[in-house]
Design a protein around this ligand. Structure first.
Ligand code: 20M
Length: 504
């Protein structure tokens, strides 16, 4: 059987692949199972005479002032492109929903058969979206979905569930870009160049995610802004869905097990082994197994100093990793100890830098809230932001949810008995949940993204691009162009103002 999914292992056992064994014959690939159960019943609930449903997706506000739009292309290619409905899938869904609802009059067998027969199993919907990588202030339309066949107008919101999954990659991409802005802010103030920026926030989040697919999707969101990851699944996703042969890089590094197995007195030996096993290039050594201060002063600062310097002559570098304690205090103290032992140079902005073969990585407790305090503390003590890199795990990939950016997909327009009608909600209990009305467009007005009615403005200037129609993908973006679009620029939000307001 041709499998649409991306595959990490490609391991086959006789007769059955691992995925098939765990997913009961690949049932999750049935497009009819991509929606909440109640949506199975919605086709009977629209007003009689409804021939088209039009909905839009937006971030209604939330934690960050803007959203980096990213991830729709994965959803379209993975789940919705090409013929996705078969006779077997309809039968499978009919049986499942008869049992699930304990009644056999809910499932829309005729509707799905119509899609199979009239459209060859391709979905009669049109999607228009802002180009991936766009940095759009919240409260603007990001994409619209509409049905294209009057017989099956319900298809639009049937696929809400899977479309709304875009909240995750775009929220990770946004969270990651905010952190890039913070590092950028401090680099500009305390260093001569920005060359290290794409590598200064490394994704350590693989183990903290809820699944391999989530790691791939969230990890890909981070790589819109940075080029460092240990989340291997993200690289595979970007290779398959975003034409990126190698999206990000990593280096050899120790973990506590590879250090502590050498025994309490074997820490130095573990580091020596690390440097001889990987004689060139950067390596990172976790250094807090017992006493981070003694380790920096005596092992790195004295016993292994000559070896570190010698390795440095051929371009080898050591990245020392504390992994416990209060991050601003610990990072500063590590730099002070190492600076005393190895010396420092003062850069053009007047801040201290360790020799180029020595860096510190802080990979514990890193989030958009802590990076700023660490870098501020370093700056206050005369240290450049270029001395330190960050690793982030749970906060980067997992400490976000759909409410972080208040993502919502709402119907704004329908055609009923041949007439176009504006559709909206306006709950008295929460005006913030009021939805937009009508067919929508996105325009740049005086350089600002503005959501307008599709009747206003020049349709040629509409930033919403048709990306999908009737089962066909109409537009594809490469990671490279997405990165360019998401790059920091002078009209960016004032990140310090944002952080100050957050803390007030
Ligand atoms: C170490 C240090 C950096 C990046 C990557 C690593 C290695 N991977 C690690 N993965 C982990 C996963 C989960 N928890 C912990 C770890 S780890 O900390 O043990 N390391 S780095 O960001 O400091 N940096 C090193 C230097 C490199 C960029 C990345 N540059 C050298 C020249 C150009 C890039």
């Amino acid at each position: 059987m041709y499998r649409r999914g991306w595959n990490i292992t490609n391991v086959l056992i006789p007769g059955l692949s691992c995925q098939e064994a765990t997913m009961d014959g690949g049932a999750i690939d049935n497009v009819i199972f991509l929606a909440d159960s109640y949506k199975i019943s919605h086709h009977r609930q629209y007003p009689p005479g409804t021939t088209s449903v039009y909905s839009y997706f937006e971030s209604r506000g939330g934690r960050f002032p803007y959203t980096v739009f990213f991830g729709l292309q994965y959803i379209l290619k993975r789940w919705l492109c090409g013929p996705v409905v078969t006779k077997d899938m309809i039968q499978e869904a009919k049986d499942l929903f008869a049992a699930h609802f304990k009644r056999d009059d809910v499932f829309n067998e005729d509707g799905w058969n119509y899609i199979l027969e009239r459209h060859g199993g391709k979905l009669p919907i049109r999607v228009r979206a802002v180009p991936e990588g766009s940095v759009v202030p919240t409260k603007n339309v990001l994409f619209t979905v509409e049905s294209t066949d009057p017989v099956v107008p319900w298809v639009t919101n049937f696929f809400e569930t899977i479309f709304v999954h875009v909240w995750y990659p775009m929220t990770v991409a946004t969270n990651s870009r905010i952190q890039k802005q913070i590092i950028h802010h401090y680099l500009k103030q305390t260093h001569d160049h920005l060359d290290t920026l794409p590598y200064q926030l490394h994704d350590f989040g693989y183990r903290g995610t809820s699944s391999v697919e989530s790691a791939a999707i969230g990890g890909a969101g981070h790589l819109v802004n940075f080029k460092g990851t240990d989340t291997v699944a993200a690289i595979l996703l970007l290779r398959k869905y975003y034409h990126s042969p190698m999206a990000a890089f990593s280096i050899p590094a120790s973990e506590h097990s590879t250090v502590t197995t050498w025994g309490r007195d074997g820490e130095q030996g573990a580091f020596e082994n690390m440097m001889t096993s990987f004689p060139n290039g950067p390596v990172s050594c976790v250094s807090d197994s017992y006493d981070i201060w003694k380790c920096c002063e005596e092992i790195w600062g004295e016993k292994l100093k000559d070896m570190v310097i010698e390795r440095g002559k051929s371009g080898g570098s050591i990245v020392i990793r504390p992994d416990s304690g209060d991050p601003p205090t610990v990072v500063l103290k590590c730099l002070e100890i190492l600076g005393k032992a190895y010396g420092t140079v003062v850069n053009g902005k007047g801040y201290k830098c360790l020799p180029p073969y020595l860096r510190v990585i802080q990979g514990d407790g890193i989030s958009y809230k802590t990076i700023g305090s660490i870098l501020e503390h370093l700056k206050a003590h005369g240290w450049s932001a270029s001395n330190v890199t960050f690793g982030s795990g749970g906060s980067l990939l997992q400490k976000v949810d759909r409410d972080t950016q208040k993502c919502a997909f709402k119907c704004s327009y329908a055609v009923i008995n041949g007439e176009g009608v504006d559709v909206y909600k306006e709950p008295v209990t929460d005006p913030g949940k009021t939805s937009k009305k009508g067919r929508l467009a996105l325009h740049l007005v005086n350089g600002n993204y503005t959501t307008t009615s599709a009747n206003e403005g020049d349709p040629e200037e509409d930033l919403l691009v048709p990306v999908f129609e009737n089962g066909e993908l109409l537009k594809e973006y490469t990671l490279e162009e997405i990165r360019e679009r998401a790059e920091l620029n002078i009209s960016d939000t004032d990140i310090m103002k944002f952080l100050a307001e957050e803390n007030s």
